[in-house]
Design a protein around this ligand. Structure first.
Ligand code: ZN
Length: 276
């Protein structure tokens, strides 16, 4: 699944490569998929995207916004898979969930693996969509200060009991983070995924906050994670510290064995010596 750094990488590449291109034809999936959320019929999508120009894209959390000017915005959300650029003359992929061909012969395709939103809105209405409306600050925005983070935790303590993995991956509490980056954030902060949110001292809050910013910045700088591909079908340059590969090597800090556990809807990779 794409997380904030992968969406930011895609945004940068879309703005380098697609902005200014004029759409010849827009098509929705030629492959039925129960978990792709569309808000237009294929015919409406084709009609509304015809002759539109790609504007400047942006990302927020796990949502990517591509203006189709005048007047519309294409939204990709909560998805994984591939969003790819195709040079003029490249073969059209056999299957896709969304396809835009451009007047210069190039194209863009999107194919999701598990689920995801691929929706087209009249510009402005996308902000009313569930999960976009009222989204909290994300770690790449200036509003995401330590004071904000500290207050967020205090506020959450009044609600249901949560662990640190829950803070990092559930309910868009920190939009854009997901199960992949959360592993490395927690490892670098020396905190365990099950560590109760209520049981963090001031120093641990600071460690976790710093680790979020540092990890997100590093993954962005390296063009996304190595287990996702970018607009040009190239893997990202960020090699994850804690994923299934970590089981075969010693902990980079203490040399101990990494363990795998299932927790909150996904695998966690943890060093029991280092993370508490
Ligand atoms: Zn260790």
């Amino acid at each position: 699944m794409f997380e904030l750094p992968e969406f930011i990488t895609l945004t940068r590449q879309i703005n380098d490569t697609l902005t200014g291109k004029i759409i010849l034809r827009g098509a929705l999936g030629n492959k039925p998929h129960k978990f792709v959320w569309y808000n237009q019929t294929p015919a409406e999508f084709e009609r509304l995207t015809m002759e539109k120009t790609v504007g400047w894209a942006w990302a927020k959390g796990k949502w990517l916004f591509i203006p189709l000017e005048p007047g519309y915005v294409l939204v990709f959300g909560e998805c994984g898979g591939k969003i790819l650029y195709h040079l003029p003359g490249d073969k059209t992929p056999d299957t896709y969930h969304l396809y835009l061909s451009f007047e210069d012969g190039s194209a863009m395709s999107a194919t999701t693996q598990m689920w995801g939103a691929m929706e087209l809105y009249e510009r402005g209405w996308e902000q009313e969509r569930q999960y976009i409306q009222g989204m909290r600050p994300t770690p790449t925005e200036p509003e995401f200060t330590f004071d904000y983070f500290d207050t967020l935790i205090d506020t959450l303590l009044a609600g249901e009991k949560r662990s640190l993995k829950s803070l990092l991956t559930q309910d868009q509490l920190i939009p854009g983070l997901g199960n992949a980056i959360a592993q490395d954030i927690l490892f670098r902060a020396r905190l365990h995924p099950r560590h109760p949110l209520a049981d963090m001292d001031g120093a641990q809050r600071r460690e976790l906050y710093d680790s979020i910013l540092r990890t997100v910045a590093e993954v962005i700088e390296k063009g996304g994670r190595y287990d996702e591909v970018d607009l040009y079908n190239q893997p990202g340059g960020y090699v994850r510290l804690m994923d299934k590969q970590a089981l075969d090597r010693p902990c980079p800090v203490c040399g101990g064995a990494i363990v795998k556990m299932q927790y909150l809807g996904g695998s966690c990779y943890v060093c029991p010596n280092c993370q508490h």
